[in-house]
Design a protein around this ligand. Sequence first.
Ligand code: 5GP
Ligand code: MN
Length: 334
Amino acid sequence: MFTENQLTEIKSLLQPNKNVVIITHYNPDGDAIGSSLGLKHFLKNLGVDATVIVPNDFPKFLKWMPEAKKIVIAEYKRKIAGEAIYHADVIFCLDFNAPSRIGMLGDWLTKSWAKKILIDHHQQPEHFDFVYSNTSIPATCQMVYHFIEALGKEDLVNQDVAECLYTGIMTDTGGFRFRSTSADTHRIVANLIEKGADPSMITSNTWDTNTVSRLHLLSLILGRIELVKDGKVAILYLKRDELKEFGFEKGDTEGFVNYGLSIAGTKMSAFFMEDLYEDFIKISFRSKDDVDTNAFARAHFHGGGHINASGGKYFKNIHETIEDFKEKIEEEGF
Ligand code: 5GP
Ligand code: MN
């Protein structure tokens, strides 16, 4: 958590006359949108208006969240996003820890004079004015709640705040399953339910949103899942043509990588996908126990993330990428 002195300074920055911006990472997920909107609603209850800006669009299954429609998507509203950052006195940076993770916003953030406040749970944060970084907490949404507690303002957590924070904790813990899910996580979730978050509504809005074409896409990749390293590593992939054929929409492949890890005996799952528009391969890694995919993604695939969940990019074709991946896991002795 921030120190007492930092909290005092942050409180003095959070005044009604200040311009406050909240930014989160490229390809925003449930934790990114949940923490950003959750903090925005909390700040509103504190009397401070904040603008949430994301670098690019986010999946439909997150658009039910209160005020999701007011989020400024920089790829569509470049001017509004640029001006908001230019005029900002305070910028909250949530669920990412390096300007390289926010696309075109990175440059603007670096140049801005605003006080930058980081709340994030990824490994190896870069420099920000105020840093609350903890890689043992499963979701940035949980950290936003701890921040609200540290300010002594839990009474300002209303239903809107609760729904947003609940969503991010639920998605980043894979439904309260992943390793860093703790008693603290469940205590906070219990509080959020008491404040009005409805678990069944949130689960159904977020996760019971499959389309038939998404299920067909899933069946395609499950049909050709490959196991290597004596069944310890699962490989899945999707090509651009296939994405087009099944009418791919943003978010459709969310969670696919986890199927590799659901196979008994696997320690790591890797999902490779051709980008729909640009010539690179987007990769997702997931692992069990102490298999460190963050270090692996950083070392070999221009990426990073957490120990058990990370991602990266590669600039060869999909088959070469998968071959290189197989070599790298051999080298690393997985
Ligand atoms: P996903 O596989 O769901 O896209 O990402 C898993 C985790 O890795 C997330 O926490 C995400 O922030 C991080 N991540 C995904 N792609 C990248 C990347 O290209 N670079 C870095 N540094 N982190 C990534
Ligand atoms: Mn997160």
